[in-house]
Design a protein around this ligand. Structure first.
Ligand code: HEC
Ligand code: HEC
Length: 391
């Protein structure tokens, strides 16, 4: 009787139902486990996306004045949206392509000289060689000019990895976060915008640790991995400055000060006096070029970053460097506001008292304290250099 009341009266069926139920529960559990991972990932991704968004807001509010709204850098700070910061090296790839094409060309030439090569094959080879030549030329010519502009902004194709250049052994992420936490205490020696301060509250800065992490996530999100293009490189307005040459000079200056020695005197801002003093000094255009382009510091140990605002070609923050002297003669000195100026007076005043005359179409953005960062010799060298800009 009892057996008839059961749904599965047979023992075999009951075992079967047991196994089926067990399997069903296992499948359910596995299913749940799989989905849990997915949900966790989705949550993490949302969290990461939100962190990047937060970072973007913080960046606009706190960082863009120096690093540029899109992270391409400027006169006051290096680019962070920058293949160099992420260590991408374009040139092995381009060199590889060019070499492959040239090898192919050489092979084809060898082949062309083989006796059994038919005329049709020769024509094919010639066409291919022409094609390859054109490819190489297209790769080279316009790009080389852009590369020169990037070099003017501080890029060194031989040293494409910022972290390696500064000897940082950790990850890019830790490099960024550490910079944010501690700042770069001496960077105001070679950056005219005040340098990179510490941002962490633990170091007296204004931002919480989670905010610094948001900022780091935001900057890391600029990394394109192997998809960086040369156009990304050429979008950079200012690369990192390496104070390699400045360091020994600064040490010399510190030693001199420590031993009670007299520092070279800054040139100051009295244009009339400077012009008289300049008569006794010969300017060296090559050294002027070096300090203009941050290759060397001034005699007072300052890196001037003139080229950070003055690109060789095309207006950056300031007027382009090429043709500065020609413009001085043909345009500026014709302006009634500068009546009676000599070219030399205009250049000197532009450097030590930039606010006296604002070049039409530009803003009063030039660093105002070069009078304290340059010696008379530095200034003479800069003027001599700018006088060669007579394109
Ligand atoms: C007053 C200008 C200024 C502001 C504002 C500023 N920075 Fe900087 N930052 C610099 C300078 C200058 C450097 C280069 C320091 C050096 O050369 O050692 C730098 C370096 C960095 C670096 C390291 C880059 C490298 O290649 O060494 C990072 C990352 C960075 N800043 C992020 C930020 C973030 C994020 C903010 C906003 C919270 C910020 N900075 C605000 C001026 C600034
Ligand atoms: C922070 C950006 C910045 C830096 C750095 C800078 N300049 Fe300028 N410079 C400008 C701007 C903007 C102007 C145009 C506005 C004006 O006349 O002041 C200008 C104008 C000039 C002019 C006049 C050019 C013309 O076409 O008439 C000269 C010369 C000059 N700068 C030289 C220098 C030298 C030399 C240095 C480095 C010692 C330097 N600048 C550094 C932004 C800068």
């Amino acid at each position: 009787m009892l057996q008839q009341g059961m749904i599965f009266p047979k023992i075999e069926n009951r075992i079967l139902v047991g196994i089926v139920s067990f399997l069903a529960i296992m499948i359910l559990l596995v299913w749940a486990a799989i989905n849990e991972g997915g949900r966790m990932r989705a949550l993490t991704a949302t969290f990461h996306a939100r962190s990047i968004e937060q970072g973007a807001l913080l960046f606009t509010a706190n960082c863009s004045t120096c690093h540029g709204p899109n992270g391409y850098g400027g006169a006051k700070g290096p680019a962070l949206n920058n293949p160099q910061l992420f260590g991408h090296d374009f040139f092995p790839e381009i060199t590889r392509q060019i070499t492959a094409l040239q090898t192919e060309k050489a092979d084809l030439n060898v082949e062309a000289s083989r006796a059994d090569t038919t005329d049709a094959r020769r024509a094919e080879i010639a066409a291919r060689i022409q094609e390859i030549d054109m490819q190489i030329q297209e790769l080279d010519a316009p790009r080389r000019q852009q590369l020169q502009a990037a070099i003017d902004k501080g890029y060194d194709p031989q040293r494409p990895n910022r972290l390696q250049n500064v000897g940082w052994a950790g990850t890019t992420e830790s490099f960024i976060l550490t910079t944010l936490v501690h700042g770069r205490p001496v960077s105001n020696n070679y950056w005219s915008g005040g340098g990179m301060v510490a941002w962490s509250q633990t170091a007296g800065g204004p931002l919480r640790m989670d905010q610094l992490e948001d900022l780091t996530n935001y900057i890391m999100n600029w990394d394109k991995g192997s998809n960086w293009t040369l156009d990304d490189l050429f979008a950079v307005q200012q690369f990192a400055i390496e104070p390699v040459d400045g360091a020994p000079l600064l040490r010399q200056i510190e030693q001199l000060q420590a031993s009670g020695g007299v520092l070279p005197e800054p040139v100051g801002t009295n244009v009339q006096e400077i012009l008289v003093a300049l008569e006794g000094v010969t300017g060296d255009p090559a050294r002027g070029d070096a300090i203009y382009h941050n290759v060397q510091p001034s005699q007072l140990g300052a890196l001037l970053a003139c080229s950070g605002c003055h690109m060789a070609e095309g207006a950056g923050v300031g007027p382009q460097t090429n043709g500065t002297y020609t413009r001085t003669i043909n345009e500026r000195l014709n302006d009634p506001a500068l009546a009676g100026y000599t070219p030399e007076r205009y250049l000197v005043e532009s450097i030590v008292m930039p606010a006296n005359y604002i070049v039409p179409g530009f803003q009063n953005l030039m660093v105002a304290d070069f009078g304290t960062k340059l010696t008379l010799q530095d200034l003479a060298d800069l003027v001599a250099y700018l006088e060669t800009m007579n394109q």
